[in-house]
Design a protein around this ligand. Structure first.
Ligand code: ADP
Length: 418
C-alpha cells in the first residue's frame, strides 16, 4: 500500500476519534450545565433531591454543583425569611385603624394598608407603584403636606377635614431614594367628644348663671341692709358668701366666654388705638394696682391694631391682673405694643417669681394652676390664660411665654394685623 494511503487513513482515524470525543464531551457539558440550571431554579420542595452530586467522577463539576446548591439554598432561605417578615409587617399594618401610605419622592405610591383603601374608598386595579398619590387623594392640602416634607425632609403635621396627617421621611432600601410615610388619624370621634364637652360646659354654665344672678342680687341687697353699726357682726358673717358668689359669677363668666370662643363664629374687628384700649384697662385695674403698690408703664411703638375690642380688653385685663397678682415682691410691670412685619405684638412683662419650664407646656390649659393649694381669693380658677390663648388663636395669632423660675414672666401675643 502506498504511504499516502496510510497517512490519509491515520488522519481520518484521528479526525473520527476527535469528533467522537468532542461529541461525548459536549454531551457531558450540556448535562452538567442543565443540572446546574435545574439546581439554580429548584424550589423549596425540589431542592433536597439535588443533595447528591451528579458529576461524581469530575471534581470540578462536583464543586460547581455544590456551590450552586449552597447558593440556591441560601437564596431560598432568605426569600422565606423576607416573606415571613413582610407578612408580619402587613399583618401589623393592616391591623392599624389609621390609614397609612408610603410614597417615593415623585409621590408614587409604594405601599398602603387596608384602612387607607377603606378610608379613601379606593380600589386599585393595577399593581402598587403604578399610582400617584393624587390619583387617590385629590385634596391639594394633602399633596402640599407631602411636598413640604419632600422639600424640607422634616416631619409635617397638619389637620385636614376630619383627619390629622403626619408625613415623615423614611430611608428606603435604595440609598439614593427617600420614601415618605403618611399616617392619617381619624379625628371624627375626638371631635364628637370635644363637642359634647363644649356643649356640656356651655349648657351647665348657662343654667347655673340664672340662679347665681338671683343669689348675687339678694346677697347684695342683704349686704346693703346690714350697713348699720348694730348689725356689724351679721355683716361680717355675710362677707364670705358675698365673696364666694362674686368668685362664682366670675368663674361662670369665664366659662361662658370660653364656650363662645369654642363655638367660634365671625370675629368683628375694628381699628383700635393701642394707647386708648390699654389706658381703659389700666384705669379698670387701678384699684388693685394701687393696693399692691405696682408701677405699670406702657409703651406704644404702634398706634393701632385691627382686632376685636372685647377680646383685646380681656387679654389685657387677664395678663395685667396676673402680673399684679403673682409678682407680689416686685414693683414694675411693662406693657408694650410693637410691630413685627405684618404682625402686632402685645407684651406684658413682670419681674415676679416667673413660671418654671416644667409648667410652661401646660400653663395655657383650662383649670391649670401651678399652686393648686391656693384658694380662688389668692390664685384663681386657672381659666385666665386659657381665655387669653383662645382669644389670640381666634385672631389667627399665637401666644408665647418667656420665663423661668425667679426670672419674671413675659407673655407675648402676636396678632396678624389684617
Ligand atoms: P388663674 O385664674 O389661676 O390666675 P390663669 O390661667 O390666669 O389662672 O393662670 C394660671 C396659672 O399660671 C396661675 O395659677 C399662676 O400660677 C400662673 N401665672 C399666671 N400668670 C403668672 C405670672 N405673671 N407670674 C407667675 N405665675 C403666673
Amino acid at each position: 500500500m502506498q504511504t499516502w494511503v496510510w497517512v490519509l487513513a491515520l488522519i481520518l482515524i484521528g479526525f473520527i476519534t476527535y469528533f467522537l470525543s468532542y461529541l461525548r464531551f459536549r454531551r457531558m457539558i450540556t448535562k452538567q450545565a442543565k443540572m446546574i440550571v435545574h439546581v439554580m431554579k429548584a424550589e423549596d420542595d425540589e431542592i433536597n433531591q439535588y443533595n447528591n452530586p451528579y458529576a461524581v467522577d469530575d471534581d470540578d463539576f462536583v464543586d460547581l454543583e455544590r456551590a450552586a446548591l449552597t447558593l440556591r439554598k441560601k437564596y431560598l432561605r432568605l426569600r422565606r425569611q423576607s416573606k415571613e417578615e413582610r407578612k408580619g409587617y402587613e399583618t401589623v399594618f393592616s391591623g392599624l385603624k389609621e390609614a397609612i401610605v408610603t410614597v417615593d419622592q415623585n409621590l408614587r405610591i409604594i405601599s398602603f394598608n387596608s384602612s387607607f383603601l377603606s378610608s379613601f374608598k379606593w380600589t386599585p386595579h393595577h399593581e402598587r407603584g403604578n399610582y400617584l398619590l393624587h390619583d387617590v387623594l385629590r385634596n391639594p392640602e394633602v399633596i402640599a403636606a407631602f411636598k413640604k416634607t419632600i422639600d424640607t425632609n422634616e416631619v409635617e403635621k397638619t389637620e385636614i377635614d376630619t383627619y390629622q396627617l403626619f408625613v415623615t421621611p423614611l430611608p428606603s432600601l435604595n440609598e439614593n431614594e427617600t420614601w415618605y410615610l403618611g399616617v392619617f388619624y381619624d379625628l371624627t370621634e375626638i371631635r364628637k367628644t370635644e363637642k359634647i364637652r363644649v356643649d356640656f360646659v356651655a349648657n351647665a354654665s348657662h343654667e347655673l348663671r340664672t340662679p347665681l344672678t338671683v343669689i348675687k342680687g339678694y346677697t347684695e341687697v342683704l349686704d346693703q341692709r346690714l350697713n348699720k353699726p348694730e348689725l356689724r357682726e351679721e355683716k361680717e358673717l355675710l362677707q364670705p358668701i358675698v365673696e364666694s358668689v362674686k368668685n362664682m359669677s366670675e368663674l361662670m363668666d369665664d366659662l361662658l366666654n370660653l364656650s363662645k370662643l369654642d363655638v367660634g363664629g365671625k370675629l368683628i374687628k375694628s381699628e383700635l388705638s393701642t394707647q386708648k384700649i390699654t389706658e381703659d384697662i389700666l384705669s379698670e385695674v387701678a384699684n388693685i394696682q394701687q393696693l399692691s403698690h405696682k408701677n405699670i408703664s406702657a409703651r406704644y411703638d404702634v398706634e393701632s391694631i385691627l382686632a376685636n375690642e372685647d377680646s383685646v380688653k380681656q387679654i389685657l385685663r387677664n395678663l395685667i391682673i396676673n402680673a399684679i397678682k403673682y409678682s407680689a415682691e416686685t414693683e414694675n410691670i411693662e406693657v408694650t405694643w410693637q410691630k413685627k412685619s405684618s404682625h402686632i405684638l402685645l407684651k406684658v412683662k413682670d419681674h415676679g417669681p416667673g413660671i418654671s419650664k416644667e409648667h410652661q407646656a401646660r400653663i395655657f390649659e383650662r383649670f391649670y394652676r401651678i399652686d393648686k393649694g391656693r384658694g380662688r381669693d389668692q390664685g384663681g380658677s386657672g381659666l385666665g390664660l386659657a381665655l387669653v390663648k383662645n382669644h389670640v388663636l381666634n385672631h389667627g395669632g399665637k401666644i408665647s411665654l418667656i420665663s423661668d423660675s425667679g426670672q419674671g414672666c413675659e407673655f407675648i401675643c402676636e396678632f396678624p394685623n389684617y
